[in-house]
Design a protein around this ligand. Structure first.
Ligand code: UD1
Ligand code: MG
Length: 421
């Protein structure tokens, strides 16, 4: 097997045991913190339940703290062979050389980046920072990581996919652009988890799916790859991701429908940053993006709203209909700020791709939602300010089980919250 020393097996086992303990800890802590968080006003209403119960929010914070404590306690283990007296406990490889300060630096810079992200995420939860500022938070938190990368003679080339190699060569050096790429990756990973949200369990759920994919990918490398550097990079990734999955399982348990708590933006940032960090320092950022495909799709799909071509309300979650089912919600277009031509074009484009189920509007700009629209004729009798041609065979109301996936589909708004945009 490619994993070399017995010490590495032990370290991996210790990481797994610590992650299980961390998960159990988080599982029992979370319900106990409920009242404390509600008392501190860190709470929100579950808008998709009939009675709209008040639930503690920002519960990603205790989870993130348990994660950090786990990592702090874990730091010595990968270096245990260099400790005095290690040879008394087990056989130490005599060729191992001097203490690998760069490895320690790597772990510390990763922890620093994750910790900064948790701090900024908490600030966002408490202060409700505006989007135009908070977009940059992850890039700020990622600075320690980039500095470490730079001082550690980080490579700035990317390996090309096999299909492109005949044209571009095996490796392409991005130079300083590589740092821009890392910044964008960090910003994307954090916010993409945050905007694929709005129904119980989806923030924590998607993080676990990506986390487990990363673990499987890492294990394949660690046990099958003869290249020492790549084994070490993936071991590093495992040390960060296994405890992450451990604590997130506990969070998901309580956030699962019907949710007893909300994860808050703190968790979304924490999750995105942890995944980005292992992708960057484990040198598999492109593979990581493959695991983010649903989030990439949701992001591209949301672009007309994110870039304000189409009105973007505070919440884009589905709404609860009279039958107690979740239903795709719609955006009420703003009379004062009519949608521009670009917005219209973007919507038409999405509709051409079959990605848009258009809701009609009447003269008062109210949404008309008959259960079975057979659009063309209806369209002529109720001209829509949104799109000029509507030709849809499907019923206009769809029961949406996902969240923002169908968002621009849905020019949506259940603007209940008073938070600022
Ligand atoms: C992001 C989304 C927003 C979505 C919101 C839901 C974008 C640009 N923003 O905003 O469209 O509505 O997440 O998390 O895509 N809530 C529920 N049930 C849930 C989860 C959340 O009712 O299962 C409500 C609660 O009132 C909670 C609030 O959403 O207090 C949390 O929203 P927050 O995370 O602050 O929203 P954003 O991340 O800003
Ligand atoms: Mg959020």
């Amino acid at each position: 097997a490619a994993i070399k020393s017995k010490g590495e097996h032990t370290t991996l086992t210790i990481s797994i045991i610590m992650s299980i303990i961390a998960g159990l800890c988080a599982h029992s802590c979370l319900p106990k913190l409920r009242d404390t968080f509600i008392k501190a006003n860190l709470s929100g209403r579950d808008l998709l339940k009939k009675d709209k119960p008040l639930l503690p929010e920002t519960m990603g914070l205790p989870v993130a703290i348990i994660y950090l404590i786990t990592l702090f306690l874990f730091i010595p283990f990968p270096f245990i062979d260099w400790f005095e007296g290690a040879h008394l406990v087990h056989k130490v490889d005599p060729s191992m050389g001097t203490f690998p300060y760069n490895k320690l630096g790597e772990i510390l810079s990763a922890i620093l980046a994750i910790q900064s992200m948790i701090l900024l995420g908490f600030a966002d939860d408490v202060l409700d920072v505006r989007w135009r500022y908070k977009v940059w938070f992850p890039a700020i938190a990622g600075i320690p990581l980039m500095i470490f990368y730079y001082t550690n003679k980080g490579v700035t080339y990317v390996m090309m996919p096999v299909q492109l190699r005949p044209y571009l060569g095996d490796l392409v050096d991005l130079g300083p652009l590589y740092y821009v790429y890392m910044g964008i990756l960090i910003i994307f990973c954090t916010h993409s988890i945050n905007i694929l949200a709005g129904i119980n369990g989806i923030e924590a759920g998607q993080s676990i799916v990506i986390g487990i994919s990363v673990i499987i990918n890492d294990l394949l490398f660690v046990f099958n790859n003869p290249d020492r550097a790549s084994v070490e990079a993936h071991l590093f990734s495992l040390y960060f991701i296994i405890p992450f999955v451990g604590v997130t399982c506990a969070l998901l348990w309580h956030n699962w429908f019907p949710a007893r708590l909300f994860v808050g933006d703190t968790f979304c940032y924490f999750a995105g940053m942890t995944l980005a960090v292992v992708g960057i320092l484990g040198h598999f950022s492109k593979t990581l993006l493959l695991f983010f495909l649903p989030q990439i799709f949701n992001f591209i799909y949301s672009c007309p709203q994110l870039f304000r071509l189409v009105e973007c309300p505070r919440h884009r979650m589905p709404r609860l209909n009279d039958q107690g089912l979740l239903q795709c919600s719609t955006v009420r277009l703003n009379d004062k700020k009519p949608m521009g031509r670009l917005g219209n074009l973007a919507l038409k484009f999405l509709r051409t791709l079959g990605l848009l189920k258009v809701f009609e509007y009447d003269q008062d700009n109210r949404i008309v939602e008959p259960p079975e629209l057979n659009s063309l004729q209806q369209e002529q009798s109720h001209p829509s300010p949104l799109l000029d041609v509507v030709n849809q065979d499907e019923p206009q109301i769809i029961t949406s089980s996902l969240t923002n996936g169908p968002a621009p589909t849905t020019f949506a708004s259940t603007s209940v919250s008073t938070k600022k945009e």
